[in-house]
Design a protein around this ligand. Structure first.
Ligand SMILES: Nc1ncnc2c1ncn2[C@@H]1O[C@H](COP(=O)(O)OP(=O)(O)OP(=O)(O)O)[C@@H](O)[C@H]1O
Ligand SMILES: [Mg+2]
Length: 226
């Protein structure tokens, strides 16, 4: 994995991955995501979306192919309870900064700024257990913002949310991408979320079958599901 100097924040070339010898999951996937854009990754259950995201994040290694992705990157899980580890909102966001060994006032400043970005500054002392699902996802995103992530990878972050919180979250991530010049790749099943993205990728049985215009992709996905 290396830093990019082109206008793409994520570049993937001929990426293949298998769990064991005969368990091929991704076959020669190639995709390019421009810096500063909000893209979505669609595909039916088991098509390889989470596997692709883990490869992008460097959590697993491909058998072949190349990944170039801007750093630092942040990963947001489907279930925020698998991600938030500290007892309170402020402590959780600060926890992600431990490796940076910053002076305390700078940590406070970063936490404040990141929570303001997701409209949660007023909940800095709130225990994690007393948050809604959507608020928890926003704390996870604030963690990535505090670390000054260039890229956000989000694996079905709205899967556990009710429809109102779902659309709030997708709108908020789009606004963050645009206001902070981030790049985001968002995995989803939900076609109504496509209205918020700049581009989309369709994965089918481990292959990229379409990428680009979200509305064209919506038509193709609808046919796939029918
Ligand atoms: N740790 C693992 N070991 C073996 N096989 C796995 C492992 N994780 C996932 N798989 C298999 O890889 C395939 C792709 O899984 P993946 O989780 O990437 O799909 P997905 O598109 O994210 O699906 P979903 O929409 O259900 O989240 C599936 O067949 C799954 O059973
Ligand atoms: Mg998945």
């Amino acid at each position: 994995m290396s830093q990019l100097d082109t206008s793409f924040a994520i570049k993937v070339k001929n990426l293949s991955f298998a769990w064991g010898k005969d368990r091929s999951i991704l076959q020669s996937c190639s995709l390019n995501i421009p810096q500063g854009e909000f893209w979505m990754l669609l595909g039916t259950n088991g098509s390889g979306k989470s596997t692709l995201l883990k490869l992008l994040a460097g959590l697993i290694q491909p058998q072949s192919g190349e990944v170039e992705i801007s750093q630092p990157l942040g990963f947001v899980f489907q279930n925020p309870d698998h991600q938030l580890v500290m007892p309170s909102v402020g402590a959780d966001v600060a926890f992600g900064l431990v490796d940076e060994k910053l002076p305390l006032p700078q940590i406070r400043q970063r936490v404040k700024e990141a929570l303001e970005a997701v409209n949660l500054a007023h909940l800095v002392r709130r225990p994690i257990y007393a948050l809604s699902g959507g608020q928890k996802q926003r704390v996870a995103i604030a963690g990535a913002i505090a670390r000054r992530c260039e890229v956000l990878l989000l694996d079905e972050p709205t899967a556990l949310l009710d429809p109102d919180s779902q659309l709030d979250l997708v709108a908020q991530v789009r606004a963050l991408v645009k206001s902070r010049g981030l790049t985001a790749l968002w995995v989803t099943h939900r076609l109504d979320e496509l209205d918020y993205c700049d581009g989309a990728i369709l994965l089918q049985k481990g292959e990229v079958v379409e990428q680009g215009n979200p509305q064209l992709l919506r038509q193709r996905f609808t046919k796939l599901e029918a």
